[in-house]
Write a protein that binds this ligand. Structure first.
Ligand code: C5P
Length: 270
């Protein structure tokens, strides 16, 4: 489907049912550092170095299998928000029960691959079953749309016949309608996702690189300032901070660039 068709099929850009809302996020919480470290000792060293600069941490697959859940609980007791980047994908029954168990742990964000409505519905059922907190505090479900490392050629190899942006927007819209709280998506898709979903649908953008720095295995990268201008609510940053000689200085540089964008009014996003 062409992107024009996606836009024109949305009369009045009505807020789809199921999209959740988030209140205004302070810049200090918009920076999410990916703790891609092999064990809790190395991850905690980084958290100590970053101190109060960083309030939200992403615990991904590498650390999850290196004392990750216990470590994530420790982060909570240090007052940090925790984003479990598990990128779940399985049959609906398994997704529902796994998400219910994860929701009982009472972390803040969780990723699930947003490939189809059955997976999305199962994850929402699981979250609602497992998380007894008030709606505003409960686990936020984020759909992985298209990995930021994927090129157009990778998508063709997977059998997808749509471009990353068309596929990303379609999956985001499906997640929003299905009751997810947001997506994790490339900055290149953020503006179109915002238009296709709702003002308060969370858009977390990884693949963030300062101008002139190396992309590594990422393909669809973007600078912090541009990603915010494109409508990102949160920026997920791993290697540019965690592999820097001075991680705190790198985080400050990124936060300074983020602050230079200024507070975004919702109308500025369009
Ligand atoms: O080191 P870098 O900044 O590229 O790290 C990006 C982080 O975001 C990694 O932890 C990766 O797993 C995660 N991520 C991503 N693309 C997605 C979803 C998550 O890069 N679509």
């Amino acid at each position: 489907m062409a992107l024009d068709t996606i836009y024109s099929s949305r009369p009045g850009d009505a807020v789809p049912l199921g999209c959740s809302s988030v209140s205004r996020i302070p810049t200090s919480q918009k920076l999410v550092v990916a703790l891609d470290k092999p064990n809790a000792t190395q991850a905690q060293k980084l958290v100590d170095e970053l101190g109060p600069l960083v309030e939200v941490y992403k615990v991904g697959l590498e650390l999850l299998f290196g004392e990750g859940i216990e470590f994530a609980r420790g982060l909570q007791s240090q007052g940090k928000l925790v984003f479990l980047d598990m990128k779940l994908l399985d049959i609906p029954n398994t997704i529902e029960k796994a998400v219910a168990n994860i929701a009982r742990l009472q972390f803040d964000f969780l990723t699930v691959h947003g490939l189809d409505r059955k997976t999305i519905a199962a994850a929402v059922r699981g979250r609602d079953l497992g998380d007894s907190r008030p709606k505003a505090d409960r686990l936020k479900l984020l759909a992985v749309t298209v990995l930021t490392s994927s090129t157009e050629e990778d998508l063709r190899e997977q059998g997808a016949h749509e471009s990353s942006i068309v596929l990303g927007v379609r999956r985001a819209e499906m997640a929003c309608r299905g009751g997810f709280d947001g997506v994790i998506a490339s900055g290149h898709e953020a503006r179109a996702i915002r238009r296709a979903t709702a003002e308060n649908f969370i858009i977390k953008v990884p693949g963030i690189r300062l101008s002139g720095s190396t992309a590594g295995d990422q393909s669809r990268v973007m600078t912090p300032a541009r990603a915010l201008r494109e409508g990102a609510d949160y920026l997920v940053v791993g290697r540019p901070i965690i592999e820097a000689q001075n991680p705190a200085a790198a985080a400050k540089r990124i936060l300074d660039e983020m602050r230079s964008v200024g507070p975004q009014s919702l109308s500025q996003r369009d």
